[in-house]
Design a protein around this ligand. Sequence first.
Ligand code: GAR
Length: 198
Amino acid sequence: MPSARIRTAVLISGSGSNLQALIDAAKHPDYPAEIALVISNQANAYGLTRAAGASIASEVIAHTDFPSREAFDAALHAALTAHHIQFVCLAGFMRVLTPEFVKKWQGRMINIHPSLLPKHKGLHTHQAALDAADTQHGCTVHWVSEGVDEGDIIAQSALDILPDDTAETLQQRVHVLEHQLYPKALKEILNTQCQSHL
Ligand code: GAR
């Protein structure tokens, strides 16, 4: 049990259902993370409403306001630093981060991806699993490294693909797995692997 909860930021671009799962988990007094900040690159992301509902500080940092990826990532880093953030969870954050930013947060930033990595990196993972005639599909929590969806795997959760599954039904079913996996993986990481680095 850590002595202090780790100030954690969640970066989103959309609905934020994974953000909600993390917020809900962090309500438990024994949870090692405090969700201290939500950053969205989209002003209309529903996740911002979720943050407000939980009285969590939020910022919109719109990538369209910046001339380069480097400038956008510098603004992200400045916001994280200003809020004394110790750990970052990407949760449906649909921007590729620069190597400079990733280096700054190496070992302190994780992502959830809707496939059983290393299968189906990138977008449209549910259709990709169907197209590949996979028998299983799922989600992965991994460390963020310079290569997109390539960092070391922390945890995975799988389901059997059913004969009548579509990309939509898979998305819904994988989301249920994600909402269980992400809070559990974050808890395990903070309780074990990286306390000494934070
Ligand atoms: C989730 O399925 C997450 O795994 C995926 O976006 C969705 C966000 O949903 N992330 C990626 O595809 C990143 N490559 P949410 O906004 O409801 O949490």
